[in-house]
Ligand binder design. Sequence first.
Ligand code: UD1
Ligand code: BG6
Length: 371
Amino acid sequence: NKGKYEHYMQKEIHEQPESLTTTMRGRLIRGGSCKSKSVLLGGIKDHLKTIRRSRRIVFIGCGTSYNAALAARPILEELSGIPVSVEIASDLLDRQGPIYREDTAIFVSQSGETADTLQALEYALENGALCVGITNTVGSAIARHTHCGVHINAGCEIGVASTKAYTSQIVVMAMLALAIGDDTLSSQARREAIIDGLFDLPSKVKDVLKLDQEMKNLAQLLIAEQSLLVFGRGYNYATALEGALKVKEVALMHSEGILAGEMKHGPLALVDETLPIVVVATRDACFSKQQSVIQQLHARKGRLIVMCTKGDAASVCVGGSCRVIEVPQVEDCLQPVINIVPLQLLAYHLTVLRGYNVDQPRNLAKSVTTQ
Ligand code: UD1
Ligand code: BG6
């Protein structure tokens, strides 16, 4: 049931304040006797000791689920102190990459049925790793075959392009990082700030959804373009990849997410007055580096659309003209949840304006159960 919406993708984008609330329900604890704020993930609490002892955490997924793992990697590394790698399931299988008994392998999948991810799970089980699932579908193959896991509880997702599952996956992985790091006293203040940030997140997502009309106007401007680049780094490298994936899969427009740190090693050759480029430059530890990327793109007369923190328009656009998308600020590791929303809206409106099927894009399936 699409309710008041025209398409499932539109409905699923707009219901993110609610889906995120459901994802966190009963899992965040504020107050209590010994610890003031903590996280409780019922599905993994008995396995936390094993996870903390593991030599490596390996995330495995495809498509949007892979991007969500990439968004969560920095906070997992920070709070666990364990090396974290992120693998595309098919690539891990192609390489038969090493997986050890001392590894925790985390399988991220909205459907829980993706063939590549499922096969990588069988492979990791054979190799003796602790296998953890992060899935949206209770009773799915991945949920059944993993040793333990967390359901993201985002509600049924129908649009082929994943939207609300992506933001809920990131939130679950941030909660996982909090749970793993829970025994480390030195990071307690940081963890509490993130928990506060999680409580506030649904209302911040509600705020950013107000950009709907602005994104429609931007889509109008880009309707006839051949290509769109999206630059990001740090927490928002994933935002660049996922934003580009949305535009590619539904609007059928070539789009590429680019790690801004790699700009000089190739992508800069593409920059001219015509190619539209989105630069994600919200406030975090990478902000000044992104300011310098913007300056260099300006110097090449790049056609820039800068996503920045509310109030930063003047400081990101010095010395050039660019379009600005201002978003609310949240805790740095949660910022990818906010930043993807305008890009989801942009992809949605571009698709509708270009006259394509937004819920069932050409050649794609919601759940890819064959290899
Ligand atoms: C569970 C209940 C929830 C109830 C809550 C009350 C289910 C599905 N969930 O939620 O209805 O309100 O207790 O405390 O009944 N699992 C995997 N692999 C996965 C995902 C999950 O093995 O990919 C396992 C978990 O280890 C766990 C079970 O499935 O044993 C349920 O996981 P989850 O729904 O995340 O647990 P709770 O949040 O505790
Ligand atoms: C398909 C979907 O390609 O599978 C994508 O069209 C999705 O939206 C990908 O991200 C992975 O699916 P899942 O269910 O394993 O997260």
